[in-house]
Design a protein around this ligand. Structure first.
Ligand code: ZN
Ligand code: ZN
Ligand code: ZN
Length: 132
């Protein structure tokens, strides 16, 4: 019984993140699920999906963790992408810029585990609204 409900939660959450053009925070996901599952379940599902390489975590400039879909990852690898995320100060939306990958090299003795690049500014949507 529990298994079935968790599977539904998992499928629903994954689809929601994959279909969203922007990264989603846990409260936003919970709100969109409209009571389908509790906070703990959502947290566990997000953690699992992240481990499986289906979604990745992004820490926004305000410290809030957001989640976005992975297009190139799978469970055999840790997350391979180092793309930049754009945080809009007007709409507060966080977007994956998958084609923007910074080039850097760490000094000897430093081992990279997780990488978070976040650029803040005004996104293309808010920019075009301002231009009108
Ligand atoms: Zn990934
Ligand atoms: Zn914006
Ligand atoms: Zn991303």
């Amino acid at each position: 019984m529990k298994q079935t409900r968790n599977t539904v939660a998992r499928t629903t959450i994954l689809e929601m993140i994959q279909q969203s053009p922007i990264a989603m925070s846990q409260p936003a996901i919970q709100h969109a699920l409209d009571g389908l599952c509790d906070r703990v379940t959502i947290y566990r599902v997000l953690d699992r999906l992240s481990e499986e390489g289906k979604i990745h975590k992004i820490v926004n400039v305000n410290g809030v963790v957001n989640y976005a879909a992975c297009n190139t990852c799978n469970h055999q690898h840790t997350h391979q992408h180092q793309h930049v995320h754009f945080s809009c100060r007007i709409c507060n939306e966080l977007t994956c810029l998958e084609t923007v990958v910074p080039n850097f090299q760490l000094p000897e003795g430093f081992q990279q585990e997780e990488t978070f690049f976040t650029i803040s500014g005004v996104c293309n949507h808010c920019q075009s609204v301002a231009d009108e």
